[in-house]
Design a protein around this ligand. Structure first.
Ligand code: HEM
Length: 282
């Protein structure tokens, strides 16, 4: 007996929906801002592109600055609901009190150890429980056949948080320049970093989903049904998979073609450029 509403609004929905909405604004904002930054660098329709850049950059940077706060709420929630996922995210094989936060490192799943990581003492205790001395449950307290793949979850978490931290720095730099009332148009190095950031939000977003979905394994319904038990024995199911893949691939091609057409139309719709030496950021 499944209650779909209860399943939809389960204990994880709020933290995950909040984090995902911010991720969508951050990823799309930086992608759009980066494209306009590229056009400004190429000195094409600077007036139009600078206005558009500012709109996209506001969404991107506010999203990026809020994301670590939402990520912290998610981490505390995961520590309560899915301690095995938290342990895999941080490759915490042994229960520790206080537990360090590992940055980077290479996971050896056979030997159950992490090499070459930077350790921040007590930081995982704080991240998970808001107390630098709290105990954090390691994988040693979870039955072996309920361990998620540790290396993938750990690397994906590092990628997400690494990119998140980089985008926070970029956002702070952007706001600092605006606060000093300087024009971003003159800061070619900053525009270049925005161009570099075009794919980063999406990479963090995909890494986040890897953390969430790989980190919950081997469960499809946490603690109730294993993923292997949910695999359908229906024959021919692969065909519907191919069909949906083809539909999504065609939709993607159509969207790319429409966006490309839209971008090509810009020079005919808007013309003129602004003098970068006289323009003030507003
Ligand atoms: C900066 C620090 C960040 C922290 C501490 C953090 C933390 C987390 C945690 C703990 C989860 C697992 C949640 C769960 O399984 O219930 C998660 C998932 C996720 N993260 Fe992050 N994250 C950060 C940055 C980012 C950034 C920059 C993006 C994308 C722009 C992002 C996108 C996602 C997505 C899409 C998910 C899967 C959906 C969800 O579970 O909410 N995260 N993050």
């Amino acid at each position: 007996n499944i209650d779909p509403m209860a399943a939809m609004f389960n204990k994880a929905w709020f933290t995950q929906a909040l984090h995902m909405c911010l991720a969508a604004f951050t990823a799309t904002g930086f992608a759009v801002a980066g494209v306009h930054a590229l056009m400004i660098l190429r000195k094409q329709n600077q007036d139009f592109h600078y206005k558009a850049f500012k709109i996209a950059a506001v969404f991107a940077t506010i999203g990026a600055l809020l994301q670590p706060i939402s990520g912290d709420i998610s981490a505390k929630d995961v520590a309560q609901r899915q301690p095995a996922k938290l342990a895999a995210m941080e490759a915490l094989y042994k229960t520790e009190k206080p537990a360090p936060l590992l940055i980077g490192g290479i996971v050896n799943e056979k030997k159950k150890e992490v090499n070459y990581a930077i350790e921040i003492p007590g930081a995982l205790s704080f991240l998970a429980h808001g107390d630098f001395n709290a105990e954090v449950k390691g994988l040693d307290q979870i039955p072996e056949d309920e361990h998620p793949p540790v290396a993938i979850t750990h690397y994906a978490f590092q990628i997400m948080v690494g990119i998140g931290s980089f985008l926070v720095l970029l956002s702070l730099m952007y706001f600092f320049i605006l606060w000093r009332n300087k024009s971003v148009l003159n800061k070619r190095w900053l525009l270049k970093i925005f161009v570099f950031a075009i794919p980063l939000g999406y990479i963090a977003l995909e890494a986040g989903w890897v953390v969430t979905e790989v980190g919950r394994q081997p469960w499809i319904i946490y603690g109730i049904m294993r993923t292997k038990d949910a695999v359908t024995p229906m024959p021919g199911i692969a065909w519907s998979f191919y069909l949906f893949t083809a539909i999504y691939a065609s939709l993607s091609i159509i969207v790319i073609a429409l966006l490309y057409r839209q971008i090509k139309m810009v020079p005919t719709l808007y013309s003129g450029s602004i003098d970068s030496s006289t323009t003030k950021a507003d």
